[in-house]
Design a protein around this ligand. Structure first.
Ligand SMILES: [Zn+2]
Length: 101
């Protein structure tokens, strides 16, 4: 079984172990830069957390969670979706299509 890079999820050949976390050579510079930044800010460094965050950012294609939508805007949009027979998914996709026109 191949070992997988904790940041990109790809199989690792000759990877680098950092703080108990396995990284490939392509991801290591990005993680090192992040570690440098955290250290310079005096913040705790957790390589596994940094790698996991990068992994999630890399693999979020097509998924997006939106918080704090203005409540009245969201209510109006939901009511309109019900009136039009649209799901909330339809509503968001229609908005994206409209934006791209
Ligand atoms: Zn990697």
């Amino acid at each position: 079984m191949d070992s997988l890079c904790a940041a990109c999820g790809k199989p690792v050949k000759g990877g680098i172990g950092m703080g108990g976390t396995l990284l490939c050579r392509q991801c290591e510079p990005e993680i090192s830069a992040e570690i440098e930044k955290l250290r310079s800010q005096g913040k705790p460094v957790n390589v596994a957390h940094i790698a996991h965050r990068i992994y999630k950012e890399t693999h979020s294609g097509g998924n997006y969670l939106l918080r704090d939508i203005p409540e009245d805007l969201w209510l109006k949009a939901k009511h309109r979706a019900v009136d039009d027979g649209d799901s909330l998914r339809d509503l968001v996709l229609k908005a994206l299509h409209a934006y791209l026109k």
